[in-house]
Design a protein around this ligand. Sequence first.
Ligand SMILES: [Zn+2]
Length: 289
Amino acid sequence: MSPRKYTLLIIPEGSHRVRRFSIKRGIIQSALGGVVICVLALSLLIFDYSRIHFDRSELRRLQAENLRQRNEIQTLAADLQNLRKEMVILTQNDAKVRVLANLAKPKSDGTAGMGGPPEEETVAEFSELQRQIDQLRRTIDLRRESQEEIRGFLNDQRSMMAAKPEGVPVKGWMTSKFGMRKSPFTGKRKMHEGVDIAARTGTPIHASADGIVSQARTAPGYGKLVVIDHGYGYKTYYAHNSKIHVKVGQRVKRGDQISAVGNTGSSTGSHLHYEVRLNGVPVNPNKYF
Ligand SMILES: [Zn+2]
């Protein structure tokens, strides 16, 4: 059993008078309770304070990071702006090349001819940046398509150039022109569908353009004949050969030796009868010399 009352004695130093306090147990319990509550409240306060302190430093750190990221986004936005400007120049160049190549106007993505003052304060929005990147990507895709088309066109041009007859196929001298003439055999006026170039038998004859050998045989009148199909409607005929060096289906390049000058078929002397036909119609080879 604990006592109901406690007695507190206070004896001051160097004195004989004793102070005596009588305290009820309830009061002591209340005082102890008060102390416990005070301690609890204080520690709560300290905890709260340190948390606020921590939060504040975290806030400062986040603010600094936020600022850094904003700066990075600004830099990215500026870079993107420069890329868009370069893209506009590329688009304009593309359009010029297409004009040179006689190609239709390129598909527009709405960015061609864009420009104006830089939109500096608003571009830092992240969604705006994303939108601009998407647009740039679409522009790049369109330019890529256009470049492919130009490349295809240039390839066509190159093969067309390579397919067009050019130059004289043999070293010699022209003895008969293209056009109406008196036939050396019948004496009647007749169309001469090519040119005759006289040269010694065995003189090499060269293809006047790239193509595929479509005939290599002896033909009535023509004697030993080589015909090259160049595509794009062009064919060349080489007649009266003494020798043929190519086979049907063989691919030849301009300048390749295909045969040798001779006197086979209806011929009055060693020469090359050379024809250029465009879409099946003999044309004047002189235009291609
Ligand atoms: Zn002839």
